[in-house]
Design a protein around this ligand. Structure first.
Ligand code: SF4
Length: 55
């Protein structure tokens, strides 16, 4: 994800812009959201992820 897209995603998070269902990003509560535990390109803004595991 390029820096501009990251910035836009960050802004959306800041103003509370949710997804289609208004939910938070999965990565925020995911067990793998640290260091190099996850290399998925959608991190840290995944809304759907087959590898998601709640912390
Ligand atoms: S496994 Fe999926 S939900 Fe978890 S940090 Fe990676 S991209 Fe996010």
């Amino acid at each position: 994800m390029n820096p501009f897209v990251r910035f836009i995603m960050w802004l959306r998070r800041l103003i509370g812009g949710g997804g289609e269902d208004g939910s938070e990003f999965l990565c925020d509560t995911c067990l793998y959201d640290h260091g190099s535990a996850c290399t998925r390109p959608e991190r840290p803004n995944a809304r759907r992820c087959p590898d998601f595991r709640r912390r």
